[in-house]
Design a protein around this ligand. Structure first.
Ligand code: GCO
Ligand code: MG
Length: 397
């Protein structure tokens, strides 16, 4: 089975998505997600200009060989653009292989290790009453685990509150105050626990804004509220920094949505400095690379927590769900449902029912792209925000 064609589809049904469609000489079609939020066209060009010409006429079954060919063959390794492009090829080829086998992808990954995939939803609000209402709304939708983000008194807009994307030309600029945040967050979790009791699993995303010692302090302050995890508490390019956090707190740690290879986790996993791997299939080289990463993590009792915001397309989401179902060291899956417009372009077989996701039984990954619908939504340039301290210094967003 040879690759006969590969097309890059750029569409904006509510937000931008880049999808690779690979077709084979015997008529099978596979899809891979190549979306890199805020830098989408770089990946589209990498694929169109540098990868598609290499794919034509290759054996579509040779997934590992194609992965290594694109990774080592480029000479320039790693990086979000390269790895998103490789991920798109990899997932499209797994989609094709599973379709050729007549099975949902999870069967090729070893079969189901569980009946459903525990998902967490997003609750947020500018103040406490809004936060509590938002948690109630997620619970009514069926979520059994909830990430809680809250506004901080004195700060206008911060990560997790409202829509961060700006389409007016330049990134929105937000103002950040670490001391105000550190004072406020524990009071929010105290109120949430008082309202909802001890059982509900609660998560929180710090979004890379703290130094290691500040992160240690927050983890310790949140211990009475028994979080499922504290996410991206400090920028983890500095992997050793997590030693300091770990020494001071038993709050479980999740890291890695901005990582793009297993190498980024070497110290974190080997020294058991984290509890959950946050990578997205879309940004970490696809199913092939993620499977290896999770198997490595399993040796150290580190579990999965695949990244699943709305800037991962339903194609990337579905690929993650097949891994979630198959691997033994599954932890939790982030799930932010897409808009109706997005689901008009991406037809999915995955389901969300009573707090659990399932990828469905359709052969392949179970998502197809309606190209006529995609053509109705033109690409719209959009940036993520930039964060500044009160004195104007650029800070992590
Ligand atoms: C999450 C993430 C996202 C990112 C987004 C950036 O945990 O879901 O932090 O909300 O901010 O993916 O594009
Ligand atoms: Mg995050």
């Amino acid at each position: 089975m040879r690759i006969a064609g590969a097309e890059v589809i750029v569409t904006c049904p509510g937000r931008n998505f880049v999808t690779l469609e690979i077709t084979t000489d015997d008529g099978l079609v596979g899809y891979g997600d190549a979306t890199l939020n805020g830098r989408e066209l770089a990946v589209a060009s990498y694929l169109r200009d540098h990868v598609v010409p290499l794919l034509i006429n290759r054996d579509a079954h040779k997934i590992e060989d194609t992965w290594q060919y694109l990774y080592r063959g480029a000479y320039w390794r790693r990086g979000p653009v390269t790895m998103a492009a490789i991920a798109a090829v990899d997932v499209a080829l797994w989609d094709i292989k599973a379709k050729a086998a007549g099975m949902p992808l999870y069967q090729l990954l070893g079969g189901a290790s569980r009946t459903g995939i525990m998902a967490y939803g997003h609750a947020s609000g500018r103040d406490l009453p809004e936060v509590l209402d938002s948690i109630r709304a997620r619970r009514e939708e069926g979520f059994r685990s909830i990430r809680v983000q809250s506004g901080v008194p004195g700060l206008d807009t911060i990560y997790g509150i409202g829509n961060p994307l700006d389409r007016t030309g330049l990134p929105n600029e937000e103002v950040w105050d670490t001391r105000a945040y550190l004072r406020h967050v524990p009071t929010v979790f105290e109120a949430v626990r008082n309202e909802f009791g001890p059982e509900l699993p609660l998560l929180h995303d710090v979004h890379h804004r703290l130094t290691p010692i500040q992160a240690a302090k927050l983890g310790k302050a949140l211990e009475p509220y028994d979080l499922f995890w504290m996410e991206d508490c400090t920028p983890a390019e500095n992997q050793e920094g997590l030693r300091l956090v770990r020494q001071h707190t038993t709050t479980p740690l999740a890291i890695g949505e901005v990582f793009n290879t297993a190498f980024d986790y070497q110290t974190l996993i080997r020294e058991q400095l984290i509890d959950y791997v946050r990578s997205a299939v879309t940004h970490t080289g696809g199913v092939t690379a993620m499977r290896k990463l999770f198997d490595h993590a399993a040796l150290y009792q580190v579990k999965s927590g695949i990244h699943g915001p709305t800037d991962i397309s339903p194609v990337g989401m579905a690929a993650g769900l097949h891994l979630d179902l198959a691997i033994h060291n599954f932890g939790i899956q982030e799930f932010a449902p897409h808009s109706a417009e997005t689901y008009e372009v991406f037809r999915r077989s995955y389901t969300f029912d009573d707090g659990y996701l399932h990828p469905g039984e359709t052969p392949g990954i179970g998502v197809t792209v309606d190209k006529d619908a995609a053509a109705k939504f033109d690409y719209e340039p959009a940036y993520l925000p930039v964060n500044r301290l009160r004195d104007g210094t650029v800070h992590d967003w």
